[in-house]
Design a protein around this ligand. Structure first.
Ligand SMILES: NC(=O)c1ccc[n+]([C@@H]2O[C@H](COP(=O)([O-])OP(=O)(O)OC[C@H]3O[C@@H](n4cnc5c(N)ncnc54)[C@H](OP(=O)(O)O)[C@@H]3O)[C@@H](O)[C@H]2O)c1
Length: 303
């Protein structure tokens, strides 16, 4: 039995990790999150409250559970909020990771950490794991600093950099581009979408599976883990409208400068995933395949 501890289990990736890991015969799972449990808790999963900014709480829980692997899905992920609330961003995205590293201490726990395409500037045609890093916003900087914390650790670790993660949570809350655009278009409201930012949209299930695969394969180091297609945000929203037969005339294109977002965003983050494919057989879904999976799940949740 492999003992795996997940942090941030109330989040989108956290939900998917609980669902995937609870179905593994050889995994004993402890799911943790800040505050009360906001997801369906399978019988074979232990739930504990854990705020990763609390150093002692992290240490105590590690001493008690002694995990073989840790997947850190906890983070402050709202990019504009990070720009405004820098101390809180540092506390969660950097100090929180440092606390988990300290909690592992001299153990041989495999630490799986999640990072982002926002560590890149977005001016290259394609990015590889060793490409130049130059985050444009505070969120990206905090995640890059969190990656650097691993430079001196003595336990095995994997850093998975992912991109524009979407999926459906059990409460159906519209926390990502797909559910948000679908909901707005279904209401018949006009939607302004940037046409000069490009991403590889990633279904959360693919990231959750990659987390499990790196543990199973002992695949350490840094990996890009994102969706198969590289699309503009405008094309992403057109695809969403197309999939659900929604009115495309409501979609209006706008450029990044006109959108006037608080935090700067990289324009193009085309992350090459060859390394993940080669080392642990990562098989990213196309955006269409991801939409199909999400659609099936939404139908089941509404039954
Ligand atoms: N979403 C994306 O598009 C995207 C893209 C690239 C990389 N990533 C990375 O992927 C990882 C997972 O993101 P996600 O999409 O699952 O984000 P998410 O849905 O926002 O989940 C993050 C979770 O972390 C929790 N959290 C915040 N502070 C915490 C603390 N002090 N202690 C414990 N938990 C805390 C949040 O709790 P509350 O729910 O209570 O706020 C939330 O449930 C993150 O590392 C993120 O940086 C995400």
């Amino acid at each position: 039995m492999k003992k795996i501890l997940v942090t941030g289990a109330n989040g989108l990736l956290g939900h998917k990790l609980v669902s995937l890991l609870s179905q593994q015969q050889d995994v004993s799972l402890m799911a943790t999150a800040k505050g009360i449990c906001r997801f369906f808790l399978p019988d074979n999963v232990v739930y504990r409250n854990l705020d990763i900014t609390n150093t002692d709480a992290c240490k105590n829980l590690f001493n008690e559970f002694k995990p073989d692997a840790l997947i850190n899905a906890a983070a402050m992920t709202q990019v504009d909020t990070c720009e405004d609330e820098r101390e809180a961003c540092d506390l969660i995205n950097i100090t929180g990771v440092s606390n988990l590293i300290k909690a592992i201490g001299k153990r041989n726990t495999h630490f799986v950490h999640l990072s982002t395409d926002f560590i890149y500037e977005g001016d290259e045609e394609e990015y590889f794991e060793d490409s130049k890093v130059n985050p444009l916003n505070y969120y990206g900087r905090s995640k890059w600093k969190s990656e650097q914390l691993f430079e001196k650790v003595s336990f095995p670790y994997s850093i998975l950099r992912t991109v524009l993660v979407y999926g459906v949570r059990q409460d159906l809350s519209p926390t990502n581009i797909v559910l948000w655009a679908k909901a707005v278009l279904e209401k018949g409201e006009k939607i302004n979408v940037v046409d000069d930012q490009y991403r590889c949209p990633t279904i959360a299930e693919d990231v959750a599976l990659a987390c499990l695969q790196v543990i199973q394969e002992n695949a350490t180091g840094v990996y890009h883990v994102c969706g198969k297609d590289f699309l503009s945000i405008l094309d992403i929203v057109f695809e969403i409208a197309d999939y659900w037969g929604l009115d495309k005339s409501l979609i209006h294109s706008i450029s990044t400068v006109d959108l006037n977002q608080k935090a700067r965003r990289p324009l193009k983050t085309n992350l090459n995933v060859s390394k993940a494919k080669q080392v642990f057989n990562y098989q990213p879904k196309s955006f269409r395949e991801g939409l199909k999976l999400l659609d099936e799940q939404m139908k089941k949740l509404k039954e």
